[in-house]
Design a protein around this ligand. Structure first.
Ligand SMILES: Cc1cc2nc3c(=O)[nH]c(=O)nc-3n(C[C@H](O)[C@H](O)[C@H](O)COP(=O)(O)OP(=O)(O)OC[C@H]3O[C@@H](n4cnc5c(N)ncnc54)[C@H](O)[C@@H]3O)c2cc1C
Length: 448
């Protein structure tokens, strides 16, 4: 079949669905969506939603075992049955057929195929040839595999396969101390696995405020996770049922070996560009992703790229926001450009590490007269016996303008709603790009 559309979207994830919806709703566009394996994309199937579902279980089992008795509750000792946790998590997923019928119900034409660009206006999807003046690439990203000698032989898991485990590993070596590694590390540790996290950088959560990242590290170590920084996993070999991994410090000091049941990779993402024929069509890329300008245009007129595949900032609300900016540009609706100046981010560990705006270091780099106020004691922390918490506002001394804030805190909803413990800090709630013509960029998932 050869068919013409007003817009062809490659991918069926968060960016793709927002783009298709906006184009159809606001521009009456005839839209084709091409998805090769997972309708809905990463967020609802293998990323945000299932991870947060595991973290809820992790927090509950932790609170029963560590907190209940202190609060006067006799709950006994709780254990996690991973097979049942996984089974429940799977019930939260929308079946693939349902995705397709919902999308078709919204008027989109769906193709469950791998898409390849034939030229700047033509996409091959299986036997079908689709044509359009506008193509949006929203093909997402996947786990990067670092160069660890012997890794292929011993095998590894990532966020997708970790969510398929039904038996709890005795021990887990997590490569990478960013959001994915920290959330999985804490969840599995609280489930009962001995967890070691290794990161080549000097701190976990490297994009977050340094003080907040140190507070989170202390909280995780207090509950038994081992965190090894400024080091990388250099090799791995099998020994019976175990994996022996070598951890090499960056400063040249002595290597050490750890014995683990599994290795989980969480040290970065690579863009899904294989098979798209970007070189053939002339779409410029870097190692990180497809190069785009502030309107999400690629180097080839008629082709835009939104979401993880351009690696600007890999969060669901950003993918959706970029999709909206791109669609307006395609249909000449508004001459707006993407604005990333205030991005709310969160790592959904317990305590959460959330931030918006500039960290003190970033503010100094931008020559602000940086002043910081902190609240290390939020009253409700003490109700749950929390030992680590931080609430911090960064502002410019001369203009008194708030530049950013971050919190590494339990009871985050209290802080956000200006609850009992946070009266003095609540006016600082920053909601991202609220009021922006392409809608707000919040964080996902959020309770508000
Ligand atoms: C473990 C984990 C937890 C996360 N948690 C959060 C969170 O709590 N909050 C948050 O904001 N962000 C979170 N993220 C990030 C978030 O999941 C991504 O930023 C978001 O899903 C990106 O959306 P996307 O539309 O760009 O890509 P995706 O949703 O990945 O969609 C891309 C789709 O394109 C398809 N595709 C690829 N190539 C082709 C092709 N050639 N032809 C056809 N289809 C193709 C893929 O199969 C995929 O379904 C998390 C990520 C991970 C890994």
């Amino acid at each position: 079949m050869r068919e013409h559309f007003d817009l062809i979207v490659i991918g069926g994830g968060s960016a793709a669905r927002d783009a298709a919806g906006k184009a159809a709703r606001e521009h009456d566009a005839k839209v084709a969506l091409v998805e090769k394996e997972r309708w809905g994309g990463s967020c609802p199937n293998v990323a945000c939603t299932p991870t947060k579902a595991y973290l809820v279980v992790a927090e509950l089992v932790h609170d029963i075992n560590e907190l209940a008795a202190k609060l006067g509750i006799d709950a006994g000792s709780a254990t996690v049955d991973l097979a049942r946790v996984k089974a429940r998590k799977d019930t939260l997923k929308k079946p693939q057929e349902q995705w397709v019928s919902d999308l078709e119900g919204q008027g989109f034409t769906t193709f469950t195929q791998s898409a390849t660009l034939v030229d700047a206006h033509t996409v091959q999807a299986g036997d079908d040839v689709l044509e359009s003046e506008r193509i949006l690439i929203a093909s997402g990203s996947r786990t990067a595999v670092p160069p660890i000698e012997g890794l292929d032989e011993v095998g590894w898991i990532d966020h997708i396969s970790a969510l398929e485990l039904t038996d709890l590993p005795d021990s887990l070596l997590v490569v990478g101390g960013g959001a994915v590694g920290l959330e999985f590390g804490q969840a599995f540790s609280r489930f009962g696995t001995k967890v070691t996290i290794v990161d080549a950088l000097e701190r976990i959560a490297p994009l977050a405020d340094a003080e907040a990242s140190a507070a989170l590290k202390a909280a995780l170590e207090d509950e038994g996770l081992e965190i090894v920084l400024s080091a990388f996993v250099s090799s791995a070999r099998s020994d019976g049922d175990e994996i022996v991994a070598t951890i090499t410090p960056r400063d040249g000091s002595a290597e050490r070996e750890v014995r683990v049941t599994k290795i989980m990779l969480a040290s970065g993402r690579v863009p899904n560009v294989d098979g798209l024929n970007l070189d053939g069509v002339g779409v410029e890329t870097t190692k990180a992703g497809i190069s785009v300008d502030e309107r999400l245009r690629t180097s080839i007129p008629g082709i835009w790229a939104a979401g993880d595949v351009n690696a600007v900032a890999q969060f669901t609300p950003i993918a959706q926001y970029q999709a909206r900016v791109a669609v307006d540009d395609m249909f000449d609706a508004e001459p707006a450009v993407a604005d990333y100046s205030i991005l709310p981010t969160s790592i959904f560990t317990d305590p959460e590490l959330a931030g918006v705006g500039l960290t003190p270091e970033q503010a100094e780099e931008q020559d602000y007269e940086v002043e910081v106020v902190r609240n290390l004691f939020v009253r409700r922390f003490s109700y749950i016996d929390a030992q680590h918490g931080l609430f911090k506002i960064v502002f410019d001394r001369s203009s008194r303008r708030v530049l950013g804030h971050c919190r590494n805190a339990p009871c985050v909803p209290d802080l956000r709603r200006g609850g009992q413990g946070s009266r003095r800090t609540s006016p600082c709630r920053a909601g991202g790009l609220d009021g922006h013509e392409h809608g707000s960029v919040g964080r996902w998932p959020d309770a508000d």
